[in-house]
Design a protein around this ligand. Structure first.
Ligand code: SAM
Length: 402
């Protein structure tokens, strides 16, 4: 398929055009197959927000259609005219060019190409060459621009068993709600867009998904209850180092590889597909050994302190969690990357209303005057007579053979 998209000079305050690399998709998806070779067998997989003509998601799933045992693959793209490229960008008509794949297809329509979304479907051997692969994809224009909230894409979601994509960064919360929302019963179609209530209950039977999102999403009020409730977890690829994406914003580039502008983003996979890594417990030292041998200067020879407003110890690094501690521990958000639900229970998050509900005592007024960044619902400790707060903390407790 042609990859001749030109989106240069796309300066953006909120750029949603980041493209996932084939190797990253391959590595992640293959890990689910290692755990269960039938993860995708007999399933309809939907790749929304995906720009099938050049997305590596479409390419990977189409090329591996038979190996994965898919029943059907559906990809949808978002119209060029609707894309959020950036405030400094030219009008879409000045940068957009249909791909050769599209413009040489009999169904090409110059009136529709920039303003309509497209749908690509793969479910049978169209060219009768004995296998189902990329060359068997069929496509047509959608009725609308391909917005995932449109009625026609909602219907595709309802048809799908598994939803896989890197959704627009600016709409992550809404996208997750869209996957998990009991849209059929709850959404009201208004001007062609669904209004979806985020579902945090009864989601055991909802769609399976594998999506990319920012690490910080862990503490979103729409996301954390799902993680705490074991309805969503980190994917297989480890979080350290972020991920590299091809970016369309030529003014915000971290490196250029083979002529492609690349940007490092703090993105991680989130899923409700089972995989082996999340059931591997962390190997940890006892509290005494941490105090003696920890590689972290905050712990070695010093130990762990307790917060002023909550009976939890501060554990600034996941690898410094003391294996033998029975009480509540405050750990960094990145703990979720290593979270094994058989080893630990998530008690809550020390943020805003959630922190208040957990019983974190309010910060006294006189201390708020000393440190104006302190908020009720957050943990704080005293250092040299001055109140300090740690970075975002998740509260956990060890499971002991329960
Ligand atoms: C982060 S990019 C990822 C693209 C592709 N999935 C990949 O990873 O290579 C998100 C894509 O979603 C598209 N998009 C933005 N808003 C959308 C919406 N409301 N509905 C559908 N797609 C949207 C953007 O134009 C962009 O192409």
């Amino acid at each position: 398929m042609a990859e001749n998209r030109q989106l240069t000079n796309a300066k953006s305050a909120k750029n949603d055009e980041f493209y996932t690399q084939y190797a990253d998709i391959q590595k992640e998806v293959n890990a689910y197959l290692d755990f269960n070779p039938d993860t995708f067998r007999g399933k309809t997989v939907l790749l929304p927000c995906d720009d099938p003509e050049w997305s590596k998601f479409t390419r990977f799933f189409a090329e591996n259609f038979e190996r994965l045992g898919l029943k059907k693959l559906i990809s949808t793209s978002y119209a060029a005219a609707s894309k959020k490229i950036g405030t400094g960008a030219k009008k879409w008509g000045d940068w957009y060019q249909p791909s050769l794949f599209e413009s040489e297809s009999p169904q090409f329509d110059a009136e529709k190409t920039g303003v309509r979304g497209k749908i690509f479907v793969l479910d049978h051997d169209t060219n009768a060459n004995g296998r189902i692969d990329l060359d068997d994809l069929e496509w047509h224009y959608l009725e609308g621009d391909g917005d995932f909230r449109s009625e026609e894409v909602c219907r595709l979601r309802d048809e799908a068993d598994v939803i896989v994509t890197n959704p627009p960064f600016s709409l992550f919360r809404e996208f997750l709600a869209w996957i998990l929302g009991e849209c059929k019963s709850k959404c009201k179609i208004e001007n062609g867009k669904c209004k979806i209530e985020a579902a945090t209950k009864n989601t055991k039977d909802t769609k399976k998904f594998l999506i990319l999102g920012n690490k910080n999403a862990v503490s979103y009020t729409e996301v954390f209850p799902l993680i705490k409730g074991n309805l969503m977890w980190s994917g297989v690829t480890e979080w350290a180092g972020g991920m590299w994406f091809e970016t369309m914003d030529s003014t915000d580039v971290d490196k250029v590889v083979d002529g492609k502008n690349m940007k490092n983003v703090a993105s991680v996979w989130f899923t409700n597909l089972e995989h082996g890594r999340r059931h591997s417990p962390l190997e940890l030292m006892t509290m005494a050994d941490n105090i003696k041998y920890s590689r972290h200067k905050e712990i070695r020879g010093k130990g762990y302190f307790t917060f002023e407003n909550y009976p939890a110890i501060e554990v600034p690094y996941t690898d410094a969690i003391p294996a033998d501690y029975e009480g509540i521990m405050a750990v960094p958000r990145s703990f979720i990357d290593k979270y094994c639900p058989e080893q630990f229970e998530i008690v809550g998050i020390a943020e805003g209303e959630s922190g208040k509900e957990l019983g974190l005592k309010a910060v006294p007024k006189e201390l708020k005057k000393l440190n104006r960044s302190l908020r009720d619902g957050q943990l704080y400790y005293m250092k040299d007579g001055y109140p300090e707060k740690p970075f975002a903390r998740i509260l956990i407790r060890a499971r002991r053979g329960k």
